[in-house]
Design a protein around this ligand. Sequence first.
Ligand SMILES: Cc1cc2nc3c(=O)[nH]c(=O)nc-3n(C[C@H](O)[C@H](O)[C@H](O)COP(=O)(O)OP(=O)(O)OC[C@H]3O[C@@H](n4cnc5c(N)ncnc54)[C@H](O)[C@@H]3O)c2cc1C
Ligand code: SF4
Length: 593
Amino acid sequence: MSFISSAEADRNTYDVIVVGSGAAGGQTAYTLAMEGVRVLMLEAGRHYEPASETPMMQTNAEAPLRGSGTPDKPFGFWDATIDGGWQVPGEPYTSASSDPARQFYWWRARMLGGRTNHWGRISLRNGPYDFKPHTRDGLGFDWPMDYQDIAPYYDKVEMLIGVYGSNEGLENTPNSSPGVLQPAPKPRVSDLLVQQRARKLGIPVIPFHRAVLTERLDHVRIPKLLHPGNEKAQKILAADMQKRSACIWATPCGRGCSIRANYQSTTVHLPPALDTGNLDIVTDAMVRAVTKRKDGRAEGVIYIDRKTGAEHRVKARVVVLAASALESVRILLNSGVANSSGRVGKYIMDTVGAGFGGQIPLLENLPLHNEDGADFGHMYVPWWLYKEQLAGKLGFARGYHFEFGGGRLMPNMGTAAGLEWLNGGNYGPRFKEDARRYYGSFVYFSGRGEMIPNEDCYAELDPAVKDRFGIPVLRFHWKWSEHETRQAAHVEKTAADIIEAMGGRFGKAPQGGDKAIKQGGIIIHEVGGAIMGTDAKSSVTNSYGQCWDMKNLFITDGATLCSNADKNPTLTIMALAWRASDHMLSLMKRKEL
Ligand SMILES: Cc1cc2nc3c(=O)[nH]c(=O)nc-3n(C[C@H](O)[C@H](O)[C@H](O)COP(=O)(O)OP(=O)(O)OC[C@H]3O[C@@H](n4cnc5c(N)ncnc54)[C@H](O)[C@@H]3O)c2cc1C
Ligand code: SF4
């Protein structure tokens, strides 16, 4: 089994159809195929092969505009995203409000592997509090599960994809089991200074957790732990793990990694799943709707072959939506299923984004050294004010963490730009001197905070607009609450405090919460829209992503998340997808599906 055409898919029979090939679809297909289930994956984007399509070892100087972002490539020339971004040609979405602050921005990637080809690889676990937020402060929803239910799956995903980091035993910042994490990379000079000065303010700075291999995976130990009693799966995974190299500290991860040293669905989930012979993939297959059997169960899906425009129907015992949270919501709304609660499309969430940066004289004129490292952050600040927050001292209910950047990374177009506030503006030899002096002396703190689900943030079908396939598109409603804007103000103020504690300076003062907060969707951590819960009245699925109204329809992407902790969501999405797949396996074995 392998990459096949839609005509071939029409002729075959499958146990499970998985819609989407990103973090959620990749994990679901992997778990099922490794256990012998025949899976058909339908992916709207084109085939993508990182080994041949990812440019490694090329410098920014070799790229147009030195790699800078452009309207069609906002993350820069090297961004791995194909056929995607804030807009996808011919596939619009709309906003109910013309007020920019109330609009929602939706980043999509139409390619095999989805957004996992260029995501930031930040892989943080939710902690015990994050599953019971309503019990803690009376806001939002509790999850129908505890941290202990998902902890073994966090371990499994971390071992499979490879996550670096350390166990620090901090409040609501869980440790992984012994032997799960890879060693964290060495801190950069600026990391050490941030750590030293933040500590004086009582703020912890610890190694980041990212899905990047700092050493080769242990192909002898891990496959046995992940697939006990399944020798075929162990053998396939062991062979595949040996084909993944450790990071060579060279090329930024956002363009993908042809040596497979970081996690992408295309380099980690799909190759071993395909090697089982149990997975078929049809690319350029845009799913429009879930079809229904007479007994009310899901029959299969209808999809459009993007190359021919022809409509196809496929059937299976189980249908899994893993098309990314809001695309799965759109499929549900267009199918008219699984919505007896009326909650499909409701409670969509993003991460609160705000940030602040400064210049640190202590970091000027450092001796020349290469600090590229494992691309993005080597260290971060986990949320630390749980007690103060619970005691109501902060004025906002949920926490944030800081991802921060600094160091002497590969120069780009922005290096030495915007120095006027420091040197009054100059040119010629003085400018070159200043470029060297200030290079690597800036730090920037990005706050990433929890948003509380609210009634004003939802998606519905636009009554008039359709995409180029004739499929109705989503229309978004959005409004931050004061919990989020106050949190954003706290982010700015704390970052400014840390910069001052480093002896640093900033060009302009913090702006305040309303102005500091980024627009909805901009952090690209959208979740919710088909939330899980304890009953069919108030939620769309149970804790396994199984729809209350359609027992053989599952959702394994972020749509089921009923809160969005400050921790970036993708590791949780994958852990939930593995757990949901195990549940499907046991139901299939018992012939309940
Ligand atoms: C620049 C950037 C940085 C990020 N950094 C981080 C980070 O550091 N940490 C983190 O946790 N998260 C990060 N994210 C978010 C992360 O990428 C997503 O949470 C994750 O990819 C979600 O996985 P998914 O499988 O649900 O969706 P996706 O990865 O988007 O995959 C969905 C797939 O489904 C396909 N699809 C959609 N609709 C259909 C349809 N109708 N029919 C068939 N196929 C369909 C899409 O083409 C796509 O391939 C980042 C995202 C971006 C863009
Ligand atoms: S930094 Fe390391 S993991 Fe990331 S793309 Fe480069 S070599 Fe691969």
